[in-house]
Design a protein around this ligand. Structure first.
Ligand SMILES: *Cc1c(COP(=O)(O)O)cnc(C)c1O
Length: 396
């Protein structure tokens, strides 16, 4: 079944197990109950003992959340999923799961979502996990670091923020497997429509549901989809720690995902039009876009991503712009929302220097290729001509 079909059908239309023969709801209801009763105590005993499927307590499982977990498992082609209260919670709990039976060391991409870097250096490192960073697009360096440190877990993103670098996931998965390291891939920017990391050998695919998947800027959530080997440890950690998403947010996320494939296709098409318009604009110094034949990872992109789906993100550099110039440009925007998220139905524009890369010294930012004039646009589903007209008047 194709992903456009799965988003509409997977996880839904479960018969209420407590009322056999009763109706089947066409979409999954919001179940708020935290405990569940069965016809007799012997059955409850079997459910609590995991000998029989069933719901017993809200921290363990919940029918609304389970439906979303089944849906996400289908979309990411995994074995099972745990839906969490945020993307960061999903990353945290999957890192703990990855390191449970392995060396307490992580090799991470040096271009990562800011809070993920902070989680590694300010939460895990002080607890005794050794953390090292590498440029994931430099395979020789990755191979050297893996041989040197034999990390318990390797952490990377399918498309990096904000410069949209794409590392060779297949090769890194091979290196990870050979070294006995778990591979954890944050697939938030790419989404399962573009790539499914578990199909390339990753052990954990994580998402901020907050972004493209839920897609409406009205729900915070995260998810971890695992392979079979890590399903049990994830389940134990989740049942014990309770990182779970509530039934209301689970419902909202699932409702959002129904149109995710449609929205993402439109957002990718809009981004493509915007990127080529920006490329010929006299005030633009540079546009970062995955379909660019001069992209440093063009060969990997061609191999990993489907033709025509190059993501919704279009970071671009305003020529010789200072921070004040960028502020003036942003303040003139009337349609495009100035905000720190991405993946919503409305177009969003973020200034990395004051948001995701705020904590990094300006010189270091320059070295990373993030100049004072760089902004990151995420195309929404609006009519593309309206988005372009708004950018045009703000650049004037
Ligand atoms: C937003 C985001 C996260 C964190 O997700 P939250 O839902 O905000 O906790 C992690 N990784 C990436 C790539 C993100 O864009």
């Amino acid at each position: 079944m194709k992903i456009e079909t799965k988003v509409v059908h997977a996880g839904d239309r479960k018969k209420d197990p407590g009322r056999p023969g009763a109706f089947v709801p066409s979409s999954t209801p919001i179940y708020t109950a935290t405990t569940y009763l069965y016809e007799n105590t012997a059955k409850l005993d079997r459910v609590l003992g995991l000998e029989e499927p069933g719901f017993c307590y809200g921290r363990y499982d919940n029918p609304t959340r389970s439906a979303l977990e089944e849906l996400m498992t289908a979309l990411e082609a995994g074995h099972s999923a745990q839906v969490c209260s945020s993307g960061m919670m999903a990353i945290h709990v999957s890192l703990l799961a990855a390191l449970t039976d392995r060396r307490k060391s992580v090799l991470a991409a040096n271009a990562l979502y800011g809070a993920t870097t902070t989680l590694l250096t300010q939460v895990l490192e002080p607890m005794g996990v050794s953390v090292d960073f590498v440029d994931m697009c430099d395979l020789a360096a990755v191979e050297r670091k893996i041989a040197e440190s034999k990390p318990g877990c390797i952490v990377m993103e399918t498309i990096s923020n904000p410069l949209l670098r794409v590392a060779d996931l297949d090769r890194i998965a091979e290196l990870a497997r050979a070294a006995g390291s778990a591979l954890l891939v944050d697939n938030t920017f790419a989404t399962p429509l573009l790539i499914r990391p578990l199909e390339h050998g990753a052990n954990f695919a994580v998402h901020s549901l907050t972004k493209f998947l839920a897609g409406h800027g009205d729900v915070l959530g995260g998810v971890v989809v695992t392979d079979e080997a890590h399903a049990e440890v994830m389940r134990t950690l989740s049942r014990t720690m309770g990182p779970v998403l509530g039934p209301f947010e689970s419902y909202l996320s699932m409702r959002g995902i129904k149109t995710f494939a449609l929205r993402m296709e439109r957002q990718c098409a809009n981004a493509c039009r915007i990127a080529s318009w920006l490329q010929s604009h006299p005030r633009i110094a540079r546009v970062h876009y995955l379909a660019d034949p001069n992209h440093p990872d063009a060969a990997v992109i061609r191999r990993l991503l489907p033709e025509g789906l190059y993501g919704a993100l279009v970071p671009f550099e305003i020529k010789d712009a200072t921070k004040d110039d960028v502020f003036r440009f942003m303040d003139k925007l009337k349609l495009v929302v100035r905000g720190t998220s991405l993946g919503d139905v409305h177009s969003l524009l973020l200034y990395p220097a004051i948001a995701s890369h705020r904590e990094i010294a300006p010189k270091q930012r320059q070295r990373m290729g993030i100049g004072d004039g760089l902004v990151r646009l995420c195309a929404g589903i609006e009519a593309v001509d309206d988005i372009i007209a708004d950018l045009d008047q703000a650049l004037a």
